[in-house]
Write a protein of this length. Structure first.
Length: 174
């Protein structure tokens, strides 16, 4: 790779970028599947956007110390729980990833409900009438709607949503 020339030679980032990319690629080639997924997720373009969210308590956008510890631990791959056996009989590693995708995890349903509650409160804060689990006809498939606006949104139809929280490290994605 050619070093930066002219005016570009004054920009530190242009000198650092090839070195950082080479180091990252080297680490990535040596990483196990879980670490590789975590590194790729952490290096994606919008990976840090959640850190810029305004801590608005009335919208449920305020992380406590425990939530911030868990979010940071998951991001960097640090141990966040003691190793134990889950109710589904799977061994839970100290990184705590199993709880994010276990079908028997109470926290999985709680996270889903909290996210939908945040969406509902955001709509209501914007003056839009909305409700959770509305009785609206579905456009197909067997998925249930998580929420919908009661006011018309587009072409006289309400806006409907079904929240999904992706888990980069779920066994189904490995």
């Amino acid at each position: 790779m050619e070093p930066p020339q002219g005016e570009e030679a004054r920009r530190q980032r242009l000198w650092n970028e090839p070195v950082c990319r080479a180091i990252f690629d080297h680490i990535l080639t040596r990483a196990d599947r879980s670490s590789r997924a975590r590194l790729l997720a952490a290096s994606s373009i919008d990976a840090g956007v959640w850190l810029h969210t305004l801590p608005l308590k009335n919208l449920g956008l305020c992380l406590g110390d425990r939530e911030l510890t868990v979010a940071t631990g998951l991001r960097v791959g640090a141990p966040i729980v003691r190793s134990h056996v889950c109710v589904c009989k799977a061994v839970v590693e100290p990184t705590g990833h199993h709880g994010l995708s276990c079908r028997k995890s109470a926290d999985r349903q709680r996270r889903h409900a909290l996210a939908n509650d945040i969406l509902l409160r955001a709509f209501r804060a914007a003056g839009v009438r909305a409700e959770l689990e509305p009785h609206l006809p579905r456009g197909g498939g067997d998925k249930r709607l998580d929420g919908a606006t009661l006011d018309s949104w587009s072409m006289g139809l309400p806006l409907a949503w079904a929240f999904t929280c992706p888990d980069t490290l779920a066994p189904s994605r490995m």
